[in-house]
Design a protein around this ligand. Sequence first.
Ligand code: SAH
Ligand code: SF4
Ligand code: F3S
Length: 428
Amino acid sequence: MKFHIITYGCQMNVYDSRMVASLFEMDGLEETDNPEDADIIIVNTCSVREHAERRALGRISSLQKLRREKPELVLVVIGCMAERLGDKIPGADFFIGPRKYDRLPEIIKKIVKGKCQISNFQFPKECIPYPNPDGGVTAFLPVMRGCNNFCSYCIVPYVRGNAVSRNPDDILGELRYLRERGVKEITLLGQSVNEYNFGEISFPELLRIIDREALGIRIRFLTSHPAYMSDDLIDAIAECDSVCENIHLPIQSGSDRILKLMERRYTVDGYRHWIQRLRKRIKGIALTTDIMVGFPTETEENFEETLKIVREVRFDFAYMFMYSERKGTKAALFPDDVLLGVKKERLERLIELQNGITREKNEELLGREIEILIERKSRRDNLPIGKTRTGKEVIVKMQNAKTGEYVNVYVESISGWTGIGRTHKREK
Ligand code: SAH
Ligand code: SF4
Ligand code: F3S
């Protein structure tokens, strides 16, 4: 029997899909890239914005044709939308949301009707099996599940449940498992990862523990919440060789009034403070962020405050979104009063500004010699492609640079946002 997985949403969903794949494989099933070959199709969904849900619903509906042609086909919907809507989703056989993932092995068994034994799967107490990285150079490793922050716009705490930090021993176990399988870069995951706390162990402490075991592996982490920043965390990033000079710190808005309505628990000045500390202590650190436009009551003036902080901070990269009302959140009680046309126009202006900055930031790579970890071959010309420690993509003009290898590259040009380099500086 074969299964096929379609994944929407964030890094946590990407990880969860690998976890589900490992469970099916333990039950003797084989993964296939082709939905038409599959006996079981799993759609892993996201609820963060209406658009994300619409895409997944569209996909589920387009799979109905296959279902009609092959009545024994089983369609399973997992992820945040399965939690939020459950069997209100038309056209599927099983629904299971993240709050019930500790029951996945049991449910998968029901789906497969197999006999294979799976022991004690209980996240976060035990995470068995660890998802197989399948020869990949990079992998995700969740250190926390769920979120308690209840930012007023956000559905995640409702669909993912309370924040639970994972036992460091279990985290190290998975880290070793990945290391033994040749993974060279691990991104630690948590909705508010710097809030991690297990007994006496804080997030900076966890980074130090992981650093001792990393042995040549690059470590990144996502997503940090400005309200949980600390000098100790900045010190840990600076001290730990494995931890990359790179932080994702969503600002959301440049207006204190809007930040308050979002219940983000920091001010623009507070945010600025951490940016200054980070840049001072960690040379060349790359800063990325998330920004939302069109939150209820956002005025043109408030939006311009967002543009102002974007100009001031000069993020290396930003994910930018239009506010999307999510039923059940506190912000859904506010009138969604910024007209769609206005939201669109603000988003366009923001993207134009930030993309210019991103381009300029990437141009700073020019003429520099930088360590690149080769991740894969580029699709267009089959050249090795990898990332700097700061997370920027560079194509390496050297056919024999192997995936998983670290190479020192001299960046000689930029195409779009991607650097192009060779391993040795060319003599004039
Ligand atoms: N835990 C992370 C990621 C949350 S979802 C964090 O705290 O940043 C990723 C991003 O989606 C958020 O940072 C936010 O910018 C955006 N987002 C969340 N809910 C949204 C909504 N209702 N409408 C539009 N964007 C939203
Ligand atoms: Fe959502 Fe806020 Fe939690 Fe991030 S920190 S997942 S934005 S509630
Ligand atoms: Fe989406 Fe759930 Fe992630 S709502 S962003 S898949 S936590």
